[in-house]
Design a protein around this ligand. Structure first.
Ligand code: HAM
Length: 428
């Protein structure tokens, strides 16, 4: 057989131990915070029926699917997001569950994206969702989880902010300017592009969606940098705008009461690309605005019934590990990774090996991490290995000590040595 070399596929990552430790650090913070808010962890299969995503997720994600026909002639796709799977799982089970349902998950997701900073073809995404509660308190609770997830990792209001908006408010404003329901998706798409496209292009798109000429400037200005106040000034008094604004303000007030006000900004340019959102939506960004979104989410009250389940309101978010990892590294919040074991056992002569194995296994049974040389090596080499493995303690078994039923323990931090009875170690 001829040798062949392989490289990693573009957009995928290897996780050598130091990178895996960083990932585990992020996951641990996510799990800790989710549990603090009473969420239970779930998972689903990484491969789903292609139909689950077509229409439900929206064009952008469908264009990025890893999809193929399996050997049983089924059209399948690697999951690009978790929300459709959650809806499918709950369609089967929700009737038996007490509401609201609080579930979280950390799936690996796959999207065939154009590779760029913060965007890969796989990522892990913390999904936190509340299902079965339509009130704005659930929206606030979910955003509080996202914010606390980042705080748990050492980030504060100087590092990131949540930009919040509401599709119902946007709809009310847009329909007051002449947009018919059929043009709403196009109008949302135009607003979604507002930060990336020239003003004139966005203006033309909005006009195409039905925004009347007399309102065009006010709409553009509002969505470029307007908050709740600006919306009230420009569009207050128009049908439904005031009541939608009041709900968004209540949401912000709840987050303020939780002490999280410094993280939250109303920003009506946030629309979210996914098709299923129906209410409050939000995205978390680094303060400098140099990275892509760390997290995105919102309310999606129609999705469960669309996959054949109970008609349950739902709200949640997805937070990816890629942009977050970059931000943590940038802010010096990535933990150092040190090798380390509790004990390294050194034998002076192979005659001690069987005693050493007994001691090693007794220590492991008691919960300590233990290493020893797997082959006959000089004492000097064994000590070197103990050092490079980061052993906190070295236990030396020599013939004289063994005859007396003891071994010598050296604390590698202080260099201090003491004799310990082997029976004491074996007793744990
Ligand atoms: P999303 O905005 O598509 O939402 O993704 C959420 C987050 O996942 C993004 O803000 C980003 O951090 C990360 N992410 C997405 N795509 C990539 C990628 N190609 N590479 C690296 N990171 C990425 C959703 O997926 C919704 N299902 C979230 C949700 C849950 N809404 C309600 N519940």
């Amino acid at each position: 057989m001829t040798a062949q070399s392989f490289s990693r596929l573009p957009g995928f990552r290897d996780f050598p131990p130091e990178d895996l430790a960083f990932r585990a650090h992020i996951f641990e913070a996510w799990r800790t915070v989710a549990r603090r808010y009473g969420f239970q962890e779930y998972d689903g299969p990484p491969l789903e029926a292609l139909d689950l995503y077509v229409e439900k997720s929206g064009e952008e994600i469908v264009g990025q699917l890893y999809a193929f026909t399996d050997k049983g002639d089924r059209e399948v796709a690697l999951r690009p997001e978790m929300t459709p799977s959650l809806a499918r799982i709950l369609a089967e089970r929700s009737r038996a569950l007490p509401k609201p349902i609080r579930w979280f998950s950390i799936p690996q997701l796959f999207r065939y994206e154009r590779q760029q900073r913060g965007r890969l073809r796989e990522h892990f995404q913390w999904n936190v969702d509340i299902v079965g509660e339509e009130g704005v308190a659930a929206d606030a609770e979910v955003l509080a989880v996202a914010i606390d997830g980042l705080r748990e990792l050492g980030l504060g209001p100087e590092d990131f902010r949540a930009r919040v908006s509401d599709r119902r408010l946007l709809s009310a404003i847009l329909s007051s300017t002449g947009v018919e329901p059929a043009g709403m998706d196009d109008a949302f798409a135009a607003i979604d592009k507002i930060e990336r496209e020239p003003r004139e292009r966005v203006r033309a798109r909005l006009a195409g969606a039905g925004v009347g000429e007399s309102d065009a400037d006010a709409v553009l200005t509002l969505f470029q940098d307007g908050g709740a106040e600006a919306a009230r000034e420009a569009f207050g008094g128009r049908e439904a705008v005031d009541s939608e604004l009041a709900r968004l303000e209540e949401y912000v007030a709840i987050l303020g009461a939780m002490g999280l006000g410094a993280f939250v900004e109303v920003d009506l340019a946030i629309v979210r690309g996914l098709a299923y959102y129906t209410g409050i939506v939000f995205e978390l960004f680094d303060r400098l605005g140099s990275l892509r979104a760390i997290c995105g989410g919102g309310r999606y009250d129609r999705l469960l019934e669309r996959v054949g389940g109970e008609a349950l309101p739902a709200v949640g978010f997805g937070m990816g590990d890629v942009v977050l990892g970059e931000l943590l590294r940038e802010r010096g919040r990535a933990p150092g990774h040190a090798r380390g074991v509790d004990d390294y056992l050194v034998v002076i002569g192979e005659a001690q090996r069987s005693v050493m194995l007994r001691v090693a296994h007794a220590l492991r049974s008691s919960g300590r991490s233990v290493l020893y040389s797997l082959k006959d090596q000089s004492v000097r080499k064994q000590f070197k290995a103990a050092e490079s493995e980061g052993a906190a303690r070295v236990l030396v078994l020599g013939p004289d000590e063994a005859a007396r039923g003891v071994l010598v323990a050296r604390d590698m931090g202080t260099g201090l040595e003491e004799e310990i009875a082997i029976t004491a170690l074996e007793a744990g």
